[in-house]
Design a binder for this molecule. Structure first.
Ligand code: BDR
Ligand code: CA
Length: 326
């Protein structure tokens, strides 16, 4: 079993990612931290606790949950209620009493660092703005170096964008944190928007879920999200951005990756949060590059960036734990 930590801004697809992680026998969730992004951080924590409560009969243990950053490092919060609904789970919270179970522990950054001090070989899966991760790096870099890998859903390449003219939402919300994490030198696998947009969940997929309360919960959580995609993208269903990051830990062979340098644009109004990728070249080709490229882009540590996903294999892997949940 692979031990993981989840850092989420619990919207609709984060919730699906959490369920996938908790129900997958190949993963052991050691803690869940929340961060402001899709909605303010308190709502994110409430959503995580509600999801844990709905899953309660199917879980052996409850991972600790902790609330993290309420604002990006240096900017005011920009949310995505129009995509995920006011409560960030498509209005589903209205159907359930406020969650009572689940343990809320201290502060999100500390939960990450404390868990790392106790346990090596952990993978951190980050599916929201990278504020908590950047803060944790600043607070205790040696502890963060104990991570096996950080898998990040964020960034966009090849012209893909969903926030502003050229950015992906998580990087747009906290570009300073995203840039700090990309330049940290830790082992990072980035799952960008242009890859996650190839993975779509449909209402038909959900009908096959046997477990009634789980099916009903997921249908309630996803309805608003599906309606948003119908309105704005003209297809029936919704993107599985964040579940793909969890699946990347479960089955790394789902994705092909390329090694290169990633920078995140922070200064300009129009390009805020834009991610730039430059591939790592062999020594000879690298030597031929202009000086300014060598002294800027190539001064960063390299990051693995997902470029191709096996969508069929992913869909099967994603649905499996939902279909056999009891
Ligand atoms: C990302 O933005 C958020 O709205 C989603 O939860 C996902 O993490 C996709 O750009
Ligand atoms: Ca998210």
């Amino acid at each position: 079993m692979k031990p993981i930590l989840l850092d989420v801004d619990a919207g609709v697809d984060d919730t699906l990612a959490i369920i996938l992680a908790l129900l997958s026998p190949g993963l052991e969730v050691r803690g869940i931290t929340t961060v402001a992004g899709n909605v303010p951080v308190r709502s994110c924590t409430r959503n995580v606790l509600l999801t844990l409560e709905v899953l309660y009969p199917m879980l052996h243990t409850f991972p600790p949950v902790s609330t993290g950053a309420s604002t990006p490092l240096r900017r005011t919060l920009f949310t995505a209620k129009e995509v995920h609904g006011n409560d960030c789970i498509g209005g589903a919270s209205a159907f359930y009493p406020s969650p009572k179970t689940g343990s809320i522990r201290g502060n999100g950054v500390d939960l990450i660092l404390e868990t790392l001090k106790r346990e090596a070989n952990l993978t951190l899966v980050a599916t929201g703005p990278l504020t908590n991760i950047a803060r944790a790096l600043k607070k205790d870099f040696p502890a963060m170096k104990r991570l096996r890998e950080i898998v990040v859903m964020g960034g966009a390449f090849n012209g893909a964008h969903n926030t502003g003219p050229c950015a992906e939402f998580n990087f747009y919300v906290d570009p300073d944190a995203a840039n700090a994490v990309m330049l940290s030198g830790l082992p990072i696998r980035l799952i960008p928007l242009n890859v996650t947009e190839q993975c779509i969940l449909t209402p038909d997929d959900l009908r096959a879920i046997d477990h009634t309360s789980l099916r009903r919960y997921i249908q309630r959580v996803t309805k608003f999200y599906f309606d948003f995609h119908k309105r704005t993208e003209n297809f029936i269903g919704g993107y599985l951005h964040d579940p793909l990051a969890v699946a990347a830990v479960l089955e790394p062979s789902l994705l092909r990756t390329e090694l290169g340098y990633v920078h995140v644009e922070r200064m300009s109004t129009y390009t805020r949060g834009m991610s730039i990728f430059f591939p790592r070249l062999n020594m000879r080709k690298q030597a031929e590059l202009p000086k300014w490229v060598k002294s800027t882009l190539l001064r960063a540590p390299t990051v693995k960036v997902a470029t191709v996903v096996d969508t069929k294999k992913f869909k099967l892997l994603f649905l499996k734990p939902f279909l056999i949940a009891h």
